[in-house]
Design a protein around this ligand. Structure first.
Ligand SMILES: [Fe+2]
Length: 576
């Protein structure tokens, strides 16, 4: 089976990886962090599982590993949600859109790690960003007191507020602040109404503004920024199907394009929170899960889009499904998402912030660009100003992970699909032209390549020898070409981690780590790179669960209220 069964059957654990091929370079440093949803029996859709944060240390002999081993450490994001889940699992009922409980909807924080200086956050689309300690991986706090976020997306009761948000907020290097969104639900139209959320990084309050006419229907998975603007968009690839919610078969499909909204940062901050913001409206096509702005916006808002052509995350593999070739699906893939039904497009687009006019400057789409999954880029502020290479992981076409139900519902909106698996690829493209610089093919289609991250070359040396204003994320030559691409590969033969020279990924891995006894690792989602931190997370004013209980815990039955108060006490004790 090309998609490894172990992505749903393996379990997370600490592992000390060994070097099995190549030579590990001296100038790769720091930590590779990756988010993952735990797979749980009985949960219909694996993407809604409780969050994990895993960390691979890029220097051997650290974090308790032997001198020649590399520490892969994995921990549950032990937030109030996870602790209540642990304390009373029977209270959490699984449905197609995740868990619900009398405590409310758990914040699983299972999708993307977000490093911010020496801090680490983990995010998802259905909750507030969560801060964890980058060394212990322990929970520190959620971003913004629930009251400061304002009205919930939908009041589900309990002590865990329900906020639809973005799995990819951005850190504004000029303001050292976080921008994200909140979505309010308009029950009449089914639209999710956009709000901008701003957090200065300290304190327990976020500021929130509604975006006038800012409606999305498929979530707001990513937001992006330039020096002066935010670009918010309808990700478009996960639409709610009210019929499915009522127990009927899913029939809704994704649109061919989606709305996007441009807002000027200074105008937002000059507006009293709560007052509607007026955006410039534009459209993007095909729908795009991930997109990244170039910092300089003198000549317009320049964005690289990783489109999700005919990628509909609303479909998941279900028991009894036939696959794209009409064969019964692998039962171990039940709960996994339905993979792409067309080659993926990558594009570079420039928007006029005054009128929303857009110009497509470059497009990459070919018969090998299947399942553009995730990418790696240099996130230093230096590289955001002058990006050079962008590294994309294409997982290949997987007929066994496409359901015939989805193919039938899309009908003539699909071109004929390949009948065989196609190889995964790691591909480096030049920013601006999207010309392929280098391409490495994973010829073994049972290799499930996952989220890559870019590690700059020796950033500590670069900062000590050069400009003291250089950011801690910048290597010797920022942009994305000078450093390494780290790529975990999941396989039923055991997980391994390939390390590529970012300037020539086509040469293949320069080094490979593997689990010591061919242990498998289950599905992982986004990854990121961050510098190693010296000590425990700094003391800061953070949101405490105890401070969020008043006015809500009283609505719970006594026994559950006692559990919630117990979790709040535990968290206060662990916070010291
Ligand atoms: Fe994402």
């Amino acid at each position: 089976m090309p998609v490894p069964s172990s992505i749903t059957t393996a379990s997370h654990k600490d592992l000390d990886l060994t070097l099995v091929a190549g030579e590990w370079p001296e100038d790769v440093t720091g930590e590779f962090v990756v988010s993952a949803p735990e797979t749980r029996p009985g949960l219909p859709y694996a993407l809604f599982g409780p969050g994990r944060i895993c960390r691979l240390s890029l220097r051997p002999g650290t974090h308790g590993a032997a001198a020649d081993r590399f520490a892969w450490r994995s921990r549950v994001v032990d937030s109030p949600s996870a602790r209540l889940f642990e304390a009373a699992p029977e209270q959490f009922v699984a449905g197609p859109t995740g868990y619900n409980s009398p405590f409310g909807v758990p914040n699983q924080a299972n999708t993307a790690p977000l490093p911010w200086g020496d801090r680490l956050f983990t995010t998802w689309d259905v909750g507030r960003p969560v801060e964890v300690d980058p060394r212990s991986l322990g929970f520190l706090g959620e971003v913004g007191h629930r009251d400061s976020w304002g009205e919930q997306t939908l009041d589900m009761g309990g002590v865990l507020p329900f906020f639809l948000s973005s799995a990819h907020p951005v850190v504004d290097p000029d303001r050292d602040a976080l921008w994200t969104v909140k979505l309010g639900l308009d029950l009449a139209s089914g639209a999710q109404m956009l709000h901008v959320v701003y957090w200065p990084g300290d304190g327990t309050e976020v500021k929130v503004w509604p975006v006038e006419g800012g409606a999305v229907f498929g979530g707001s998975h990513t937001i992006t920024q330039t020096a002066n603007f935010l670009l918010l968009a309808d990700s478009g690839n996960f639409k709610t199907d009210m019929g499915e919610m009522a127990g009927e078969p899913r029939t809704v499909t994704v649109d061919d394009d989606a709305a996007a909204y441009i807002l000027r940062k200074e105008a937002i901050l000059a507006t009293p929170p709560g007052t509607p913001l007026t955006p410039t409206v534009t459209r993007i096509a095909p729908t795009a899960g991930h997109f990244y702005g170039r910092w300089n916006d003198d000549d317009g808002i320049s964005v690289i889009f990783e489109h999700m052509d005919r990628m509909d995350l609303g479909y998941r593999i279900q028991s009894g499904d036939l696959d794209a070739n009409g064969k019964p699906v692998d039962p171990d893939l039940v709960g996994f998402y339905n993979t792409a039904m067309a080659p993926s497009t990558c594009s570079e687009v420039v928007f006029d912030p005054d009128n929303g006019a857009s110009k497509v400057e470059a497009v990459l789409r070919d018969d090998w660009t299947w399942n553009l999954q995730l990418s790696a880029m240099d996130w230093s502020s230096e590289a955001l100003r002058a990006p050079t290479l962008h590294h994309i992981a294409y997982q290949g076409f997987r007929p066994g992970a496409v359901s015939k139900r989805a193919v039938d519902n899309y009908g003539d909106r699909l071109d004929p699909l390949p009948t065989e698996d196609t190889p995964g690829m790691l591909v480096s493209v030049h920013r601006g032209s999207l010309d392929v610089s280098s391409r490495y093919e994973y010829s073994d289609t049972t290799d499930h390549i996952t989220s890559p991250a870019f590690a700059p070359r020796d950033p500590a040396a670069a900062s000590s020898q050069g400009d003291p204003a250089r950011s801690s994320y910048a290597g010797s030559s920022p942009g994305g070409h000078d450093g390494y691409v780290i790529l975990p590969v999941l396989s039923d033969s055991g997980m391994r981690v390939d390390l590529f020279d970012a300037s020539r990924v086509g040469d293949g891995p320069v080094a490979t780590l593997a689990t010591p006894n061919a242990e498998c690792v289950p599905v992982v989602l986004h990854s990121a790179w961050m510098p190693s931190t010296d000590g425990p997370a700094k003391d800061r004013e953070r949101v405490s669960f105890a401070d969020e209980l008043a006015g809500h815990v009283e609505t719970l039955p006594d026994e559950l209220a006692a559990l919630a108060r117990g979790v709040a006490e535990e968290l206060q004790e662990s916070a010291g």
